[in-house]
Ligand binder design. Structure first.
Ligand code: 6PG
Length: 248
């Protein structure tokens, strides 16, 4: 059953170091155990929080050739667009490490939102068949080794927004959204059953603007935002700075 921990840091710098350790340790474990490591990232400030991983000592010790890199959500824009989560991850992370290009699963930017979501789901199904992706024995959904996620000030995770019907999707793996309250409006996103079938999840949240949503998600007070529905099969760790944790 899942373990949940909340880690609070008095400096964002320390948070970033611990997040790098967390990810590097999981990388070691899974690369040894199964010869592959499936990693999913969100967009937003998360990529900046991962900066220590692409610096020594971590960058030199990680077995990048065994990484398989995915996005939990993507905006429907060209890959070189300022709003692209691919571009964000490429500039801040992927361009600094040697993950084989064939192991980087970008969302197809030449399709409509709906077709891109279907295309990504098909890609994931193929990776299940070839055993790169595992399947959760409990849920039957794909089981990623780790998801590294941010949370918005309204408590959204991935592109699953408060009160949106897509939060209840329980069949599809990847869906499109055309009315995202956070711009740009057209996106594709993993669904909750996929997120919650992950082995490990880090939810990384900084800043006082997110303190209310952190409180509501963790204390289950008031309207519990989507972040409060996140769970992992083995371990969910909240990485918070003091301002984000100030209402706990
Ligand atoms: C997106 C993200 C989204 C993000 C949160 C937090 O593409 O919009 O994947 O889920 O992680 O909105 O973003 P910030 O950390 O920038 O607030």
């Amino acid at each position: 059953e899942q373990k949940q921990r909340v880690e609070t840091y008095n400096q964002e710098e320390n948070l970033a170091v611990d997040l790098a350790k967390f990810t590097a340790d999981l990388s070691d474990k899974f690369c040894k155990e199964r010869g592959a490591f499936t990693v999913v990232v969100s967009g937003g400030s998360l990529i900046k929080s991962l900066r220590k991983l692409v610096e020594p000592p971590f960058v030199d010790s990680i077995d990048w050739a065994r990484w398989h890199f995915f996005w939990v959500d993507e905006r429907v824009v060209p890959k070189d667009h300022e709003d692209s989560n691919y571009k964000l991850a490429y500039d801040g992370f992927l361009s600094k490490v040697s993950i084989p290009p064939g192991n980087v699963y970008a969302i197809n930017d030449s399709l409509s939102a709906e077709a891109a979501a279907d295309d990504y789901e098909t890609c994931l199904k193929h990776l299940v068949k070839t055993n790169i992706l595992r399947t959760s024995e409990t849920t039957g959904f794909p089981k990623f080794d780790v998801m590294l996620l941010g949370m918005g000030p309204d408590g959204h995770v991935a592109s699953l927004f408060p009160g949106h019907g897509l939060c209840n999707e329980n069949k599809k793996w990847v869906v499109s959204i055309t009315d995202s309250p956070k711009p740009p409006p057209e996106r594709i996103t993993f669904t909750f059953p996929v997120i919650n079938s992950s082995a490990h999840i880090a939810l990384v949240v900084c800043g006082s603007g997110k303190a209310d949503a952190v409180q509501a998600a963790l204390k289950k007070t008031g309207n519990v935002p989507p972040a409060g529905s996140v769970s992992a099969e083995e371990e969910l760790v909240w990485f918070l700075d003091i301002p984000a944790a100030s209402k706990l």
